[in-house]
Design a binder for this molecule. Structure first.
Ligand code: MG
Length: 201
């Protein structure tokens, strides 16, 4: 099982991160399978960071194997989605970025890929989601705001990596990312239904 993530896929998030250009292609990075945490499991604040951020994202589940997938067939390769948190050690990421070093230690550490319960896809239905921290809305996103669509992401990733059934794809975060502290509670909501809850311990 592989975990792919798309960076910089919402315009307003690119602006809040002070990037000066929008990407021409999806920005792809990966997390190892040991990063995965599922709904109901606690996220333990790592001791190597003083600035862990949540990034609420729609996460796709790949349902069949494929490589070099044409965009027009890409919809056949995912069948379910959920909301998840791409936890990021922002202080470490800043050092890595400044030096042009890889992101993995800031983005792929244990527990950094939190996922909720999967929901089957309804064809052509827009997905709108809300992220709450301690019961206050901090992020809102929907599929119309994506720079690269799910189909474009699937097609692009599969030019480089064979997609396999069970792989997960974090599709990017809208504006409103921010720090978490021990004791915080994050929730992800779609259609008034909470599909992910994460407590920071
Ligand atoms: Mg992210």
């Amino acid at each position: 099982m592989k975990i792919f993530c798309v960076g910089l896929n919402y315009k307003e998030h690119i602006i809040e991160m002070k990037h000066n250009a929008f990407p021409e292609n999806p920005v792809i990075f990966m997390k190892p399978p040991t990063a995965l945490l599922k709904n109901g499991q606690p996220f333990y604040y790592p001791d190597f960071s003083k600035e862990v951020h949540y990034e609420g994202e729609i996460v796709l589940r790949v349902c069949k194997n494929g490589k070099k997938i044409d965009k027009k067939f890409a919809h056949k390769y995912y069948d379910a989605f959920t909301l998840g948190f791409d936890f990021t050690a922002r202080d470490i990421q800043a050092v890595q970025k400044k030096n042009g070093w890889p992101w993995e230690i800031a983005k792929g550490f244990d527990g950094s890929a939190f996922i909720g319960d999967f929901v089957p896809f309804e064809k052509d239905k827009e997905i709108a989601f809300t992220i709450k921290k301690n019961n206050e809305i901090v992020q809102e996103g929907d599929t119309s705001m994506l720079i690269f669509s799910f189909d474009e992401i699937i097609s692009y990733i599969s030019q480089f990596f064979t997609l396999q059934q069970g792989d997960l794809i974090y599709t990017g975060t809208p504006k409103g990312v921010g720090p978490v502290q021990i004791g915080d509670k994050l929730e992800g909501i779609i259609d008034n239904k909470t599909i992910v809850t994460c407590e920071i311990k």
